[in-house]
Design a protein around this ligand. Structure first.
Ligand SMILES: NC(=O)CC[C@H](N)C(=O)O
Length: 367
C-alpha cells in the first residue's frame, strides 16, 4: 500500500442516500450510473470493457485485487468504468504471472476507487430502487455542492456514449491473407471479440462508430459485425442505418449486445431501460433452437422489447434469459443475420457460447 492515509469517501446516490467508504489511492470525485457486477473473477476485463463507460461499478465479490493485473488481460487500452466501489480491496497480490497490483493499475489509469463499503447493503438498495446516477468522492465536506453537481449529470436513458470510446481511425486485426474478411463497426468493441474472429481465420477491419455502410463495403468483406458498447442504443442513428443497409443486401451480419440492440432497432423493435441490468458471469440462457442451456457472461442495462420481437413477421427469438424471460438472442427469418444480448466472447466468463462465432464464420461462406 503506497498511501498510508486513505481518505474517507462517500457514495451519494441521486435520491440522496449516502454510503461511506475509503479511497484506495487517488482522491477526487467521479460521476456515473451506479451498477453492480456479480462476477467472482475477471475484474480487470470488467474494468476495461468499453460497454461500462460512464458507469460506477460496484463489485459484489468480497475481494477485489487479490490476483493483481496482467497486461494482456485487458479488453481495451484503458480503464473504462467511471469509478470502482468495492468491499475489500487487496493491495497485495499473489499470482506469479501478474505484472502489476490493482492499486497501481488504478493509479496508472487515473481512476477513482473506493473500498470498505457495505456493498451488500448498497446492492440490495439499488436492486430495490433500480439503477440510478451517483457520485463517489473523497471531498466529503462538499456534500451540498456534490448534490447540485449530481443533479446535472444526464440520465443513462437516451445517452449516446459509443462516440466516446470508438476508434478515431480504422485499424486492422489478424492476418491479411486470412480466408475471411470482416468489417466490424466499433461502437465500443472488446478485444476478445476481435481475438475470437481473428483466430477463426478472419482478417478484420475495425471502423469508427459513425462510418457509413459504403465505407465498410469498400473493404469488400465477407460479412459484417456490430460490436458491444456503452450507453443507450436508441440514439445510435448512424449505426442503425449501417445495419439496415447490410440487412437490405442480405449480407452476413452478427451483433453482440449493443450491436444486437442496434439490429433490433433497425428492424423497428424498440429497446427499453431495465430496472437493473444483467452484469455477471453466470447468467443462464436457453437456446430455443437446440433446447440447450448456456451459462453466459452478461453486461447490459437495456433490452429489446419482447412482445414486439415475438409479433414481428421477420424476426425470431433464438435465446431467452432464464432468470427473467427477457430476449437474449434473435435471428432474422430468411436473412443471414443473428445477434445476442450477451457476451459469447466471455472475458470474463464461461465459454459455453463461443459456438456463435463458429456459426457466424459458417454464415460467411453463405455470402
Ligand atoms: N455490453 C453492451 O454492449 C451493453 C449495451 C448497452 N450499453 C446496455 O447497457 O444495454
Amino acid at each position: 500500500m503506497k498511501y498510508k492515509q486513505r481518505k474517507k469517501a462517500l457514495i451519494l446516490l441521486a435520491d440522496g442516500t449516502i454510503f461511506y467508504g475509503k479511497s484506495i489511492g487517488k482522491e477526487g470525485t467521479a460521476f456515473g450510473e451506479v451498477c453492480f457486477n456479480t462476477g467472482t473473477t475477471g475484474y480487470q476485463e470488467i474494468f476495461t470493457d468499453p460497454s461500462y463507460f460512464g458507469q460506477l461499478m460496484v463489485t459484489t465479490n468480497a475481494h477485489i485485487g487479490n490476483y493483481g493485473t496482467k497486461e494482456d488481460e485487458v479488453e481495451s487500452d484503458t480503464i473504462k468504468i467511471a469509478g470502482l466501489i468495492c468491499k475489500n480491496f487487496s493491495f497485495e497480490y499473489s499470482r506469479p504471472s501478474a505484472d502489476m497490483s490493482l492499486e497501481d493499475f488504478f493509479e496508472k489509469h487515473d481512476t477513482l476507487a473506493i473500498a470498505d463499503v457495505d456493498t451488500r447493503a448498497l446492492v440490495s438498495y439499488i436492486r430495490e430502487k433500480g439503477a440510478m446516477n451517483a457520485v463517489i468522492s473523497t471531498e466529503v465536506e462538499r456534500l451540498e455542492e456534490l448534490k447540485a453537481e449530481l443533479a446535472e449529470v444526464p440520465s443513462m436513458e437516451g445517452l449516446e456514449l459509443a462516440s466516446k470510446v470508438s476508434t478515431k481511425e480504422p485499424y486492422f486485426v489478424g492476418d491479411e491473407n486470412a480466408k475471411y474478411r470482416i468489417a466490424a463497426l466499433d461502437i465500443g468493441i472488446k478485444k476478445n471479440i476481435l481475438r475470437n474472429l481473428a483466430k477463426r481465420d478472419a482478417y478484420i477491419k475495425v471502423f469508427p462508430y459513425n462510418s457509413k455502410f459504403s465505407e465498410l463495403e469498400a473493404f469488400n468483406p465477407d460479412g459484417y459485425f456490430l460490436s458491444n458498447g456503452p450507453g443507450d442504443p436508441e440514439p445510435l442513428a448512424e449505426a442503425q442505418e449501417v445495419a439496415k443497409e447490410i440487412i437490405k443486401r442480405n449480407k452476413p451480419l452478427f451483433g453482440i449486445c449493443l450491436g444486437h440492440q442496434v439490429i433490433a432497432l433497425a428492424n423497428g423493435i424498440s429497446t427499453y431501460k431495465m430496472h437493473n441490468g444483467h452484469r455477471g458471469i453466470n447468467h443462464p440462457v436457453k437456446n430455443l433452437i437446440t433446447g440447450k442451456g448456456e451459462i453466459t457472461s452478461q453486461n447490459h442495462g437495456f433490452a429489446i422489447n419482447r412482445k414486439e420481437t415475438e409479433t414481428h413477421p421477420d424476426v425470431e427469438i433464438t435465446h431467452l434469459h432464464l432468470n427473467d424471460d427477457t430476449v437474449a438472442g434473435i435471428r432474422l427469418k430468411n436473412k443471414n443475420c443473428f445477434s445476442v444480448q450477451y457476451h459469447p466472447e466471455a472475458s470474463p466468463g464461461p465459454n459455453d457460447s463461443v459456438y456463435l462465432f463458429d456459426e457466424f464464420i459458417e454464415n460467411l461462406s453463405k455470402n
